[in-house]
Design a protein around this ligand. Structure first.
Ligand code: PEP
Ligand code: MN
Length: 364
């Protein structure tokens, strides 16, 4: 269930009229009234669109700081009333939704752990019925696009019309420079499937450090993301959660000043003509590539017929490894990353096995 063009609201909080991305900033957790107020005061000058703060924190291990809880709701009310900033918090249960609405929180977000659990999302969605509060849905912790789309659909089905998606990266096992692997292809595909859902990048939870915040934010903007969510603390070294990835309001303003905001298109005629001709060339090359892949599949089928006659197994790991190693080397010499070659050849290999299986089972 996609949002149709006709369903797009004329007034949508998440859709900005200027070129600046939608900016969400604030501490990981609301720790004290002073910390919330000092951080928010520092952010007024950054001209943010939404002040974020976790008041119920889903911590991995028990005993870690779990946010200020209900006691923190009046602090956010002060941010709104005294500083004029709209506020947003994460909600994970119907009771939390109820409390947030009672304290006039402007926007709610569903966290990554909740999105991973359809029962949780449904409970939250049921609690949202009858309200018109804007909601942001973070990607699930696991790299599962359908689960993310499903979460958004559950919120849509509850009647919420202003919905945005937040890309905060995905859990992965093993070493990575990221705290949460971005797997950019997943949000890109989400955007293709749900083009009217604004897409924001939570660079803080992708990075898990301060150094890479700028490059990840710029990368997202270059992919035409609609906004950024970044964790800010007036005294980050002493933050009670996610200290290593938070920056001060001043550092945030400096970061913003270094970002290049790009537009999706331009009305410059030279630009339009030039891009159209390059795109035509790209389409032609894509057709050529698909024709070549189709030729390759015919060869796979021929091999499949021989394997069938000689009763040889379809999958031969040694041969597959040889193909992969050779292609990675070839790709490297032609400026293609190992990761890309791996993805590409895995897809080709799967299709080839399918063709050979069809031959074996007599469909071809
Ligand atoms: C957060 O934004 O503070 C948070 C807990 O994020 P996530 O759900 O992405 O882990
Ligand atoms: Mn955090």
């Amino acid at each position: 269930m996609d949002v149709k063009e006709t369903d797009v609201l004329t007034e949508n909080l998440f859709v900005k009229k200027d070129e600046k991305p939608f900016l969400i900033a604030g501490p990981c957790s609301a720790e004290t009234e002073e910390q919330v107020m000092k951080t928010a005061e520092g952010l007024v000058a950054a001209n943010i669109d939404l002040f974020r703060s976790g008041i119920w924190k889903p911590r991995t291990r028990p005993g870690s700081f779990e946010g200020g809880g209900v006691a923190a709701l009046p602090w956010l009310k002060r941010v709104k009333d005294e500083l004029g900033l709209k506020t947003t918090i994460e909600v994970a249960t119907p009771l939390q939704v109820e409390k947030a609405l009672k304290f006039d929180i402007d926007v709610l977000w569903i966290g990554a752990r909740s999105t991973a659990n359809p029962f949780s999302v449904q409970e939250i969605a049921d609690a949202l019925k009858g309200t018109d509060i804007p909601v942001m849905v973070k990607n699930p912790t696991n790299p599962d696009l359908e689960l993310w789309i499903g979460g958004i659909e559950r919120v849509q089905a509850a009647g919420i019309r202003q919905i945005a998606a937040i890309h905060r990266g995905f859990s992965s096992y093993g070493k990575s420079i990221f705290r949460n692997e971005p797997y950019w292809e997943i949000p890109i595909e989400l955007h293709r499937r749900m083009p009217h859902i604004p897409l924001f990048c939570d660079n803080s939870h992708i990075c898990g450090n301060r150094i890479d915040l700028k490059s990840v934010a710029q990368y997202a903007l270059d992919l035409n993301y609609d906004g950024l969510m970044t964790e800010i603390h007036y005294n980050p070294d002493h933050a009670k959660s996610d200290a290593q990835q938070q920056i001060t309001p001043e550092q945030y303003r400096d970061l913003l000043s270094q970002l290049v905001f790009k537009r999706e298109s331009s009305d410059n005629q030279d630009f339009i003509r030039h891009v159209a001709s390059i795109r035509q060339h790209i389409d032609e090359l894509d057709n050529e590539i698909l024709k070549l892949i189709s030729n390759r599949m015919e060869l796979s089928e021929e091999i499949g017929r021989h394997k069938k006659i000689h009763q040889v197994s379809i999958l031969q790991i040694k041969r597959w490894n040889e193909i992969l190693e050779r292609a990675i080397e070839f790709g490297r010499n032609h400026g293609l990353s190992e990761r890309f070659i791996h993805h590409y050849l895995s897809a080709v290999h799967q299709e080839s096995i399918l063709k050979q299986t069809q031959v074996k089972e007599g469909d071809k």
